[in-house]
Ligand binder design. Structure first.
Ligand SMILES: *Cc1c(COP(=O)(O)O)cnc(C)c1O
Length: 394
């Protein structure tokens, strides 16, 4: 049963609009990239099944998931909205495949990202009679995370691939470490390495259909898309940009350039809870663990049935010396008071006298963003969003 203590509200309209904005920015004179809509990590906490349906209906032809399990969930969710004759979006499994997941990836028509001989073995064994499995080859150009290095390692892998007729090289990708830094020397180096890898692939007569890079900031930063378009057309491939965060209405600030994207996006998610108790405190009352906050005057507090177990970061706690986070209540800021505990949080409603039992409180949404939380918790909006444990209300 869905918890009534806190819940997410997902604006399908905003999700669709953000997607449309990204698509529009990817198409201009010097660029014509498609958008791969990333719904990994439960769509950054928004719910992968629902977001995949919305994005698919908005026209997304590629979705990106974390692993085989999430891919299968997204496939089932699309099955519910597509006629059996209709062509569904492709689903890219973005993170390292596991041998035991190869069969599930193939059975659900998911597309794996691969970069090692083991990967080729697992997927060639998982292929069923006659069918060739499309694979996307990741090139490590500087993240040292996933991917094969250009040069000898890539050559050896391409040798093995040429002896694996069950697999078809459909895509080649890399991931930028500093896409949000305009003019980054690391990005310049990564581009160079990617071009080397593509030359190696092209020299063998392989013609991947898709060449892709990440992430959202690529769409925001002026130079990346024209470059992608240029290298893709060199190999007769189509270009694709993997974007996640921007779909959900956030983007990293660009360094050394101004962001066109930022003002065009709207946060998709609201996280709400409700007041489950109210109490009046005399001056000097201590509030929460360690008495970190002591009422300097008479105060009225409201109790919320959420805490860090739900993803409400403990860094949002407030002492008398150090203010913390806030919620929105009746359109006004209600500061968090004392320490956020595991399942409970207290907020100051002294100046909102009509606050009542059952009133809806916005933990994230209009008036309080994931960027606000990230700023206070010294992290990035990504971690705030995918750390939420609440489920979308339906
Ligand atoms: C998460 C991820 C993306 C999307 O990144 P955003 O910054 O959310 O746009 C793209 N590519 C890869 C490989 C990723 O892991």
């Amino acid at each position: 049963m869905q918890s009534t203590k806190s819940w997410l509200e997902i604006s399908e309209e905003r999700l669709r609009r953000n997607y449309d904005t990204l698509v529009r920015l990817c198409i201009a004179e010097d660029r014509s990239a498609s958008v791969l809509a990333v719904v990994k990590a439960r769509a950054y906490g928004h719910g992968a099944g629902l977001c995949a349906q919305v994005l698919a209906s908005a026209g997304a032809s590629w979705l990106g998931v974390t692993d085989a399990q999430e891919g299968a969930l997204v496939r089932r969710s699309l099955d519910r909205t597509y006629d059996s004759r209709e062509v569904q979006p492709r689903i890219l499994v973005m993170c390292a495949p596991l041998p035991e997941d190869a069969a599930m990836i193939v059975a659900n028509q998911l597309t794996p990202v691969v970069w090692s001989g083991h990967h080729l073995d697992w997927f060639s064994h998982a292929s069923t009679a006659g069918a060739s499995i499309p694979i996307h080859l990741e090139i490590d150009t500087g993240m040292s995370r996933q991917g094969v290095q250009p040069g000898t390692a890539l050559d050896l892998l391409l040798d093995r691939l040429s002896k694996t007729p069950q697999l078809r090289l459909e895509g080649v990708l890399t991931h930028f470490a500093s896409a949000e830094i305009s003019g980054s020397s690391l990005t310049a180096l990564q581009r160079q390495r990617f071009e080397t890898a593509l030359t190696q692939v092209g020299d063998r007569g392989l013609r991947p259909e898709w060449i892709h890079i990440g992430n959202s900031s690529v769409i925001d930063e002026a130079n990346s898309l024209p470059w992608l378009q240029q290298i893709a057309s060199r190999y007769g491939a189509r270009s694709l940009v993997r974007s996640g965060l921007a779909l959900y209405g956030y983007c990293l600030p660009l360094e050394n350039a101004s962001s066109a994207l930022r003002d065009l996006l709207a946060p998709v998610l609201s996280w709400k809870s409700r007041i489950v108790d109210l109490h009046d405190l005399p001056p000097g009352a201590t509030i929460g663990y360690n008495g970190a906050f002591m009422a300097p005057a008479a105060m009225r507090l409201a109790l919320l049935p959420v805490g860090y177990a739900d993803g409400l970061r403990r860094e949002l706690s407030a002492s008398n010396a150090q203010p913390g986070g806030w919620c929105m209540l009746h359109g006004r800021r209600a500061p968090i008071i004392g320490r956020v505990s595991m399942n409970l949080t207290t907020i100051d409603v002294t100046s909102i006298p009509h606050a009542s039992f059952g009133d809806e409180v916005t933990l994230l949404g209009d008036g309080i963003t994931a960027e606000d939380h990230a700023g206070i918790a010294h992290t990035i909006p990504y971690e705030i969003l995918c750390g939420l444990r609440a489920e979308p209300s339906s």
